[in-house]
Design a protein around this ligand. Structure first.
Ligand code: SAH
Length: 192
């Protein structure tokens, strides 16, 4: 976290608040950069490590993707999917400005995962899901882990850690309560 300048992932107006323990608005519909502690909360639970192939659903500012890239290193891979075009452009600008060349940014419905780069060792969803999207479970490697907020928008959600065992069965545990914007798209909440 010392390596990635969080202020470069916020809007100019909020630069002074970049290190406060709060989410901040970013361009796009309902998009935010999550509060700082949420990233280690997700990545430590996932056991994210050097060499991992991570799929992030909900790029937002691109900050989480940059942090993850610092963890997985050159031998790993970060693929991140954003559904909102305005947010995607903001993230792409931030990532390019900081010189990260090997983070794959995709403008698409991430509730469908990203099978072209699968199977993924780790998956993190940074938006609240009505249920864990089936395509994400399918695209998770045996022995892999997925983390996602599960529950309704605007009320505390359960942060779920799923482990896909070697025999394909799933183990699930609640890490803690969190508050995330709703997942949109095919496996998301119906939002008009
Ligand atoms: N990880 C981000 C914070 C994400 S905020 C960061 O580090 O800044 C949640 C994001 O999920 C929003 O940008 C929202 O547009 C996006 N989102 C919601 N539904 C999505 C979907 N189906 N596919 C991809 N992105 C989605």
């Amino acid at each position: 976290m010392f390596k990635v300048p969080r202020e470069d992932f916020t809007l100019e107006t909020y630069r002074d608040y970049a290190y406060l323990e709060v989410p901040l608005p970013i361009p796009g519909r309902e998009a935010t950069i999550s509060c700082p502690h949420s990233y280690p909360l997700f990545y430590e639970a996932l056991g994210l490590k050097e060499g991992d192939r991570l799929l992030e659903v909900g790029t937002g500012s691109g900050y989480g993707a940059a942090l993850a890239r610092e963890v997985v290193g050159l031998s790993g891979k970060v693929v991140t999917v954003e559904i909102d075009e305005e947010t995607y452009k903001f993230a792409r600008g931030n990532i390019e400005k900081l010189g990260y060349k090997d983070i794959l940014l995709i403008l698409a419905d991430g509730s469908l995962g990203y099978s072209l780069e699968g199977p993924h060792d780790k998956i993190c969803v940074t938006a609240a899901c009505p249920r864990i999207p089936d395509p994400l479970i399918r695209q998770l490697r045996l022995g892999g882990k997925l983390i996602a907020p599960l529950g309704h928008p605007n009320v505390p959600q359960d942060l779920i850690l799923l482990t896909k065992r070697q025999n394909g069965s799933l183990e699930s545990k609640v890490v803690e309560e969190v508050l995330y914007v709703p997942l949109r798209g095919e496996y998301g909440w119906p939002i008009n």
